[in-house]
Design a protein. Sequence first.
Length: 144
Amino acid sequence: MKRILLGLIASFAFACQPDAEKKKMPENETIARQVYERFNAHDWEGMAALYSDSTEFKDPAFGTKAVMQSRKQIVEKYAAMHKETPDIHDEITGVYPSGDKRVIVEFVSSGSMPDGNKWELPICTVFTIEKGKITKDYTYYDQE
């Protein structure tokens, strides 16, 4: 009987422990998720504020080499994208913190073109975050 009671108490104690998902989210993961929250709100200024003054971007849209972009350029890029696709939206499918500076985010971007055709594009971005700001944004997707 004593063993059963101790077993029940131990089971109850473990059941009351918070899930890993309920624990405090690491700061870098929070910052990465905020990018998508602000993106989906079409808050380009707010999104750009998450980046350092000058951020290194690697994106097939820029070619094969990394380019530096200011916050102003980030706002201009996404405002132009929004003009082309007013209903643009990103749906996160996975977030993977990697070490103390990187967060990898898988997501599906979707929207409608001006002619009404809808599109979806699976994308993966690797963020490097230092001192609370994104310093690198390396994005990968199939252009075909």
